[in-house]
Design a protein around this ligand. Structure first.
Ligand SMILES: [Cu+2]
Length: 336
């Protein structure tokens, strides 16, 4: 793009040779419309830094050796200053920082103003998973987007500060409780890419990851339609398993017998539960329903009351599917 000659050569050297898809030793592929510009500016700054680092360190070493104190010589006080030299070493950095500012500011403006026709997806961060809500109300734990179409994310957090980070798109934006933050991008190549949380948010921060699936032209709508009908097309157990994964339950509950933040749900059905107020109950439909809608009503002994409520977030048919799934987690059978 804007780079020519020396700058390009330096940035290529500094960044490792980029491949066709824009990836290099340092960088993931470039898969959004802004990625090239971001990389160009980054490499430009990196190249300048490397250049001046070498210039200064090499000169310093030469001067230290050349003008070191020698036996029998005394230092002479320096006489005057050098106008030409001082003007030069002031003017050149001023020009450089102006260039950096202009390109950085232009990129910032581009990245903060989504095109008016952008497709809107709601994002919610919660310890320790992401949920993406599509315009028809469908919720998924992965971000699916159409290729070559601007997508606008409206993001909020249920608990602490998270940060949505998609390296391949060169997009990173904090997700803050109590207010909405926004980000947008236009993906340029179909494929599957990584999405991370980039703000340390507690124990399982490093597990707060998701995929970004960029669908080829025309396939996004088909995917959305098919995915949205999962309650009708899947068995209740399968639909429940999907909800369990998509809605973040598996971040806190294992289904293999190990305790995480919450008790394992392997064999939960029919087992006795004892609570912090030393009452007990046998796990049935009503208890699971209450656990999901009012998790703090009865807190399982030995655990912290940290489960978020799913009131208004899971519909009745969805809760039923989750219950059917939990029933299927028989301790005797070998569920994943
Ligand atoms: Cu996070």
């Amino acid at each position: 793009m804007n780079s020519t000659g020396l700058v390009q050569m330096l940035s290529v050297l500094a960044a490792g040779l980029p491949d066709d898809d824009g990836s290099s030793f340092w960088m993931p592929p470039q898969v959004s419309t802004v990625a090239q510009g971001v990389d160009w500016l980054f490499n430009f700054i990196l190249a300048i830094s490397v250049f001046f680092f070498l210039l200064i360190v090499v000169l310093m070493v030469i001067f230290v050796l050349r003008y070191r104190h020698r036996e029998g010589e005394s230092a002479e006080p320096s006489t005057s200053h050098n106008m030409a030299l001082e003007v030069t070493w002031t003017a050149i950095p001023v020009v450089i920082v102006i260039v950096i500012f202009v390109f950085g500011f232009k990129g910032f403006l581009d990245m903060s103003t989504p095109p008016a026709n952008a497709y809107e997806i709601l994002v919610e961060g919660q310890k320790w998973s992401w949920t993406f809500t599509y315009p028809n109300g469908y919720v998924d734990s992965d971000l699916h987007v159409p290729v070559d179409r601007p997508v606008r994310l409206v993001m909020g957090s249920r608990d602490v500060i998270h940060s949505l980070y998609i390296p391949a798109f060169r997009v990173k934006m904090d997700v803050v409780p109590g207010r909405y933050s926004k980000a947008w991008f236009e993906a340029t190549r179909p494929g599957e890419y990584d999405l991370f949380c980039a703000e340390y948010c507690g124990t399982s921060h490093s597990g707060m990851i998701a995929h970004v699936v960029v669908h080829p032209v025309g396939e996004f709508e088909t995917w959305l339609e098919k995915a949205s009908n999962f309650l009708d097309t899947m068995s209740p157990v399968d639909a429940g398993r999907k909800l369990f994964q998509v809605r973040g339950c598996q971040q806190c509950h294992s289904v293999d017998g190990s305790s995480k933040t919450g008790p394992t749900l392997l064999g939960v059905w029919g087992r006795p539960a004892s609570f912090t107020d030393s009452s007990t109950t046998v796990v049935d439909e009503n208890y699971i329903r209450q656990s999901i809608l009012e998790p703090q009503a009865r807190v399982v002994a030995g655990f912290e009351p940290v489960m978020p409520t799913y009131q208004g977030r899971l519909s009745d048919p969805e809760i039923l599917a989750v219950i059917e799934y939990l029933k299927s987690l028989d301790a005797a059978s070998s569920e994943e």
